[in-house]
Design a protein around this ligand. Structure first.
Ligand SMILES: [Zn+2]
Ligand SMILES: [Zn+2]
Ligand SMILES: [Zn+2]
Ligand SMILES: [Zn+2]
Ligand SMILES: [Zn+2]
Ligand SMILES: [Zn+2]
Ligand SMILES: [Zn+2]
Ligand SMILES: [Zn+2]
Length: 288
């Protein structure tokens, strides 16, 4: 990885005085792993082995004796430039480099690539990316969301403290971007895109429509208008709307059934509701 190395006697006269600022930047962005740019490796608190980061550790142990590192438990790091093992801190005690341009003392987290906009959210208890100014912590959902969603999303308690319904990875501290659906449920952005690619537009958890379908519903309206059903199929059916949870009685059509309350085509056929089915239903009790 072609890092910048320097002789020990250089350190003696440059680690103090004016050289400090330049010294801190030595090797910046030149070291790290597929997950982070950083100038230290961590000593795994569990198995005492040295890894570039906790994800590398978790991946490496995934096939055998699987165990994950709890980020706060990391106590020791090894400077990549001078190979010195030392307690967690931003600046190497021996050679004086920043082992991470961004450093969080709570998460024992280092990253040289500050373009990611890392910040520590005290409510989440972890470091996040994307710039503190672009996110707010929603106490009800229990996670940081984009500011555009402030007072503008369906809160689902601990929505992010679940596995992605598509790939089953735990969402809360996933390195991948996440998306909040209209219903408030969450999944990875990539997993969402893949779902839409497969022409699936509903939330896998609650079946509600996951994105704005106004245009698509308009197209269905036109298609239905243009497709007259033969007389034998001209009858009414009951549908339950997955979006507003109401039932309506609509004309049967092969293309789709539109909810007469909210105009969604995200409906499924249902039986005639008990309270409308007349006195024969055992479920109906006369309250008058
Ligand atoms: Zn890594
Ligand atoms: Zn060092
Ligand atoms: Zn942190
Ligand atoms: Zn947060
Ligand atoms: Zn919320
Ligand atoms: Zn996923
Ligand atoms: Zn949902
Ligand atoms: Zn509806």
């Amino acid at each position: 990885m072609g890092g910048t190395h320097f002789a020990d006697d250089d350190l003696a006269h440059e680690a103090t005085g004016d050289g400090d600022v330049g010294r801190r930047d030595v090797g910046k962005m030149e070291h790290g792993c597929e997950h982070y740019r950083r100038r230290c490796k961590i000593v795994a608190p569990c198995c005492k082995e040295v890894f570039p980061c906790r994800h590398c550790h978790n991946d490496a142990t995934a096939l055998g004796d699987r165990h994950n590192i709890c980020r706060q438990d990391v106590e020791k790091v090894v400077c990549v430039l001078c190979d010195t093992e030392q307690p967690v801190s931003q600046v190497c005690v021996r050679c004086g480099v920043n082992m991470g341009e961004y450093f969080c003392d709570v998460c024992k987290f280092y990253d040289d690539d500050t373009e990611k906009g890392q910040y520590h959210c005290h409510d989440c208890g972890i470091c996040r990316v994307g710039g503190k100014e672009n996110y707010f912590h929603c106490a009800k959902c229990g996670s940081c969301y984009a500011v555009a969603l402030r007072d503008n999303h369906q809160c689902v308690e601990d929505s992010m403290r679940q596995n992605c319904p598509i790939c089953y990875e735990y969402l809360f501290d996933s390195l991948k971007g996440t998306r909040v659906l209209n219903c408030g449920h969450t999944m990875h952005m990539d997993c969402f895109a893949e779902m839409v690619d497969h022409n699936k537009y509903t939330c896998p958890i609650c079946s509600k429509t996951a994105l704005d379908m106004t245009v698509h519903w308009g197209m269905l309206d036109q298609e239905i208008e243009a497709t007259i059903m033969p007389p034998v199929y001209r009858y009414k059916v009951w549908v339950l709307c997955n979006d507003c949870n109401k039932v309506s009685e609509v004309d049967f059509h092969v293309i789709g059934h539109k909810c007469s309350h909210c105009n969604s085509y995200n409906t499924r056929s249902t039986s005639r509701p008990a309270d409308l089915s007349g006195s024969s239903s055992p479920l109906t009790t006369d309250s008058s």
